[in-house]
Write a protein that binds this ligand. Structure first.
Ligand code: NAD
Length: 360
């Protein structure tokens, strides 16, 4: 297969972890005889430095031509007080919007060798294996009207939570398709006891579920979901939810697994004419300026994102499974970075990349 991938290393530890992820991608391609075309582009703080804008037009052009985009992280402390248009994070929102990636997938998996890194007791977190599917381009983060309307003591702030039937349908279908390849269970999260928006969400999810009679569907209110993620995370397989609820719940999910450094994510849109799904793949973590340039960042989140890229954009399940198995083997071996609290001397970013390639 021909894999046409755009790489956006970004800022801080972004280039360090992306370097290892790209090595793993090339290693997989060599072993399974795929042809990889890699293009590199600018996004975030580095793009502001070189072009004056966090999401240059050239990057948008490259992303629209690539089958999949692999990203590091963006963000530099020097831009913390810059206006919104001149902040690296604006580049992130820009590329998500430009690619139309409407479903954000975050796997939450407790690896047996890492149970002690979780803040939960081992018996609670053991066996956890879910994917949180978050709607990414609609809901209250994008709805209008919005704004702060100044009027002295009556000053009002307004945000609008809005969804259309088609927005709910497409992300729901994605969730049910994913469930088919797993334990065949979708849990839809809403607040339908209070919000009309959630009532439409629930109605449409039930309709879409009829297309997937082999997949079980249940519903849970978002407040109860927040609690059940901590009390009984094993009960979840696919968690389907709207943008803001998903933003919050997926960070709660992130701590179940241990270090934020090992979490991958995938954001998926529609299919390209080539048959590949448009996808943006990135570790969950940020640019970690506190450890940047020290070769001690954990690259497993970025490497796991390569596994997701192989599976979701190209349908290469065997290759993706090999990447996941290699990550698990490396975790078991104890050759891990300092954030995972190894018993001996921590491995460097590059050594973890080497170990993953060797395990593949
Ligand atoms: P962060 O994720 O960068 O770091 C939080 C903590 O986790 C830090 O102590 C860091 O050292 C540690 N950490 C993160 N990734 C790690 C890794 N791979 N290995 C080992 N330790 C790791 O979050 P933050 O400090 O809140 O944000 C820093 C910058 O990143 C900000 O500019 C923020 O806006 C940006 N950010 C970007 C993204 C993104 O690009 N998707 C996401 C979150 C934050």
């Amino acid at each position: 297969m021909h894999l046409n991938v755009l790489v956006l290393p970004g800022d801080g530890i972004g280039p360090e972890v992306t370097r290892e992820a790209v090595r793993v991608l090339q290693h997989v391609a060599q072993k399974w005889r795929h042809q990889v075309t890699l293009t590199e582009g600018l996004l975030g703080g580095i793009a502001i430095h070189q072009t004056g804008t966090p999401f240059p037009e050239e990057t948008a052009r490259l992303a629209s031509k690539a089958d999949a985009t692999l990203m590091g992280a963006v963000g530099l402390p020097e831009f913390d007080n810059a206006p919104p248009e001149k902040r690296p994070e604006k580049g992130l929102l820009g590329i998500r919007k430009a690619l139309g990636v409407y479903a954000n997938l975050r796997p939450v998996r407790a690896y047996a060798s890492q149970l002690d890194s979780s803040p939960l007791k081992n018996h609670l977190v053991e066996g956890t294996d879910m994917i949180i599917v978050r709607e990414l381009t609609g809901g209250i983060y994008y709805g209008t009207p919005r704004g702060i309307f100044e009027d002295g003591a009556e000053t009002r702030a307004v945000n609008t939570m809005t969804y259309t039937r088609s927005e709910i349908e497409r992300v729901s279908r994605m969730a049910f398709h994913l469930a088919r390849a797993r334990r065949k269970k979708v849990t839809s999260v809403d607040k339908s006891n209070v919000l009309e928006n959630s009532q439409l969400w629930r109605r449409v999810v039930i309709e879409v579920a009829r297309e997937f009679p082999d997949v079980a569907l249940d519903h849970i209110l978002v407040d109860n979901c927040a609690m059940q993620l901590i009390l009984n995370p094993r009960r979840f397989d696919i968690v389907l939810t709207e943008n803001m609820f998903g933003d919050i719940l997926s960070d709660e999910g992130a701590v179940l697994a241990g270090s934020i450094g090992m979490l991958p994510s995938a954001s998926i849109g529609d299919r390209r004419p080539s048959g590949a799904w448009v996808g943006l793949y990135e570790p969950v973590h940020g640019s970690a300026p506190d450890i940047a340039g020290q070769n001690k960042a954990n690259p497993l989140g970025a490497i796991g994102s390569v596994g997701a890229l192989l599976e979701y954009s190209f349908g290469l399940k065997e290759e993706a499974a090999a990447v996941d198995a290699a990550i698990e083997a490396v975790l078991r071996s104890g050759k891990v970075t300092a954030d995972l609290r190894p018993s001996g001397v921590p491995a460097t970013t590059g050594q973890v990349g080497d170990a993953v390639c060797a395990a593949i």
